[in-house]
Ligand binder design. Structure first.
Ligand SMILES: NC(=O)c1ccc[n+]([C@@H]2O[C@H](COP(=O)([O-])OP(=O)(O)OC[C@H]3O[C@@H](n4cnc5c(N)ncnc54)[C@H](OP(=O)(O)O)[C@@H]3O)[C@@H](O)[C@H]2O)c1
Length: 237
């Protein structure tokens, strides 16, 4: 039987890396993209890792060409590359605003557009969303824009039985907090605000993505799976 295949953007760190490792351990052939030192990311050797800036259409072209060469076709496209720029309206400059929308929205949109010919009928597309109000209006808007995008694409791609969903992580312990200058102690202290009493692990999200990619989720499309330990439950009532 043919091994399933997955392309994961932002797969060199945190949630994307954990998902790549989980799927690889379950028999997927996996390719990941990242922005920085992909060779030094510690990803298992038989996972292809390429540098591709999600803001750059030529980079996206190159990455999807490489995916075609390495994997042939795709059963899962995990659109996970993203950046956080929390901040008030006063403190959000044009660079931060552009990075948020270029990487989180434009990059995901065009990666899916370029990868469409590679997606097998019945394939799964998963967006990483997850930004609650209170973290910064621009950041929440950039992530929030992915939800109507995801739902529209679920309808558009349904004739090919391609399912399009989102995962919305709560607070997940990845390098992103260090990049934002948030200490381990501060992150640990935030666990008190999580109903289930702990910060999430990248593997918590990886399991959700693996589920959405699997046949067990074959009747789920246009949906947003929140994986937050209970954060935000009151807002969903
Ligand atoms: N961790 C959380 O609590 C949390 C909560 C809600 C949503 N999320 C979302 O989850 C996703 C993954 O975040 P994470 O927490 O795992 O963060 P992370 O560890 O910082 O990983 C981010 C990944 O995205 C890549 N990336 C960043 N900018 C890129 C660009 N311009 N082009 C291509 N790749 C780029 C990074 O590559 P390099 O490492 O090479 O820069 C890295 O592989 C993001 O979309 C984030 O917004 C995370």
């Amino acid at each position: 039987m043919r091994a399933p295949t997955a392309l994961i953007t932002g797969g060199t760190s945190g949630i994307g890396k954990a998902t790549a490792e989980l799927l690889h351990s379950r028999g997927y052939r996996v390719m990941v993209t990242g922005l920085g030192n992909v060779a030094g990311s510690g990803i298992p050797e038989d996972i292809t890792a390429v540098r591709a800036d999600a803001r750059s259409l030529p980079d996206i072209d190159q990455a999807t060409d490489e995916a075609r060469r390495r994997l042939g076709s795709l059963d899962l496209l995990f659109l996970n590359a993203g950046v956080s720029r929390p901040g008030s309206i006063e403190s959000t400059g044009e660079d931060a605003f552009d990075a948020l929308f270029d990487i989180n929205v434009k990059g995901n949109f065009f990666t899916l557009q370029k990868a469409l010919p590679l997606l097998n009928d019945g394939a799964s597309v998963v967006f990483t969303v997850g930004a609650a109000e209170g973290l910064g209006a621009a950041m929440t808007a950039a992530k929030g824009a992915l939800l109507p995008l995801m739902r529209s694409l679920a309808l558009e791609l349904a004739p090919r039985r391609i399912r399009v969903n989102a995962v919305s992580p709560g607070m997940i312990d990845t390098p992103v907090y260090g990049k934002l200058g948030i200490s381990r102690e501060m992150l640990g202290s935030w666990a008190r605000d999580v109903p289930l009493g702990r910060i999430g692990a990248p593997a918590d999200i990886a399991e959700a993505v693996a589920f959405l990619a699997s046949d067990a989720a074959s009747y789920i499309t246009g949906d947003n799976l929140t994986v937050s330990g209970g954060i935000g439950v009151h807002a969903n009532a």
